[in-house]
Design a protein around this ligand. Sequence first.
Ligand SMILES: Cc1cc2nc3c(=O)[nH]c(=O)nc-3n(C[C@H](O)[C@H](O)[C@H](O)COP(=O)(O)O)c2cc1C
Length: 174
Amino acid sequence: MKGLDKMKEIFERRSIRKYRDKPVSEEDIEKLLRAAMAAPSAGNQQDWEFVVIKDKDILNSIPNVHPYASMLKKAPLAIAVCADRGRGSHKGYWVQDCAAATQNILLEAQYLGLGACWLGIYPREKRVKGLKEILGLPDNVMPLSLIAIGYPDEKKGPTKRFDKSKIHINKWEE
Ligand SMILES: Cc1cc2nc3c(=O)[nH]c(=O)nc-3n(C[C@H](O)[C@H](O)[C@H](O)COP(=O)(O)O)c2cc1C
């Protein structure tokens, strides 16, 4: 099918948690951030902020506050997707705005031949508090997600998740 072929990054993307010992170039980091900021946002408020993390000590410390983030110890890069909740007129949409930006980073990473994994931060209080401290985020800045990124050291095939039973036409009917 034509559409599926053009959009193969969507279907081939998987969570990659093992990375080669190779840095991600500044050029590729900028591409990831450009993709993030191309996302839709409520009222086009673009209330997102991004923390690019390359410092090994910082990457190594995050698993202390996040139980499912051990891959960061071997990742050359992570990007924290945060929202400035004091900004913008469309309050309450920050989760959706930042989730859209997060998914765009994952798809751009796939396109660039990188492997990435979405790590949930909000709404887990311990992770939010811990990451705010580690990254020195101001009170009004809330982390939604952290994305571990690197050159893949594991291979995963595409999944088959299409499930017709999840589709409801016009009304919810069995
Ligand atoms: C909101 C959200 C939070 C997630 N948090 C974590 C996490 O903390 N650690 C992790 O290893 N994977 C995390 N994942 C990745 C999921 O485990 C993964 O997407 C899921 O198992 C499907 O696998 P796939 O991404 O390879 O298709 C998260 C994904 C989402 C969307």
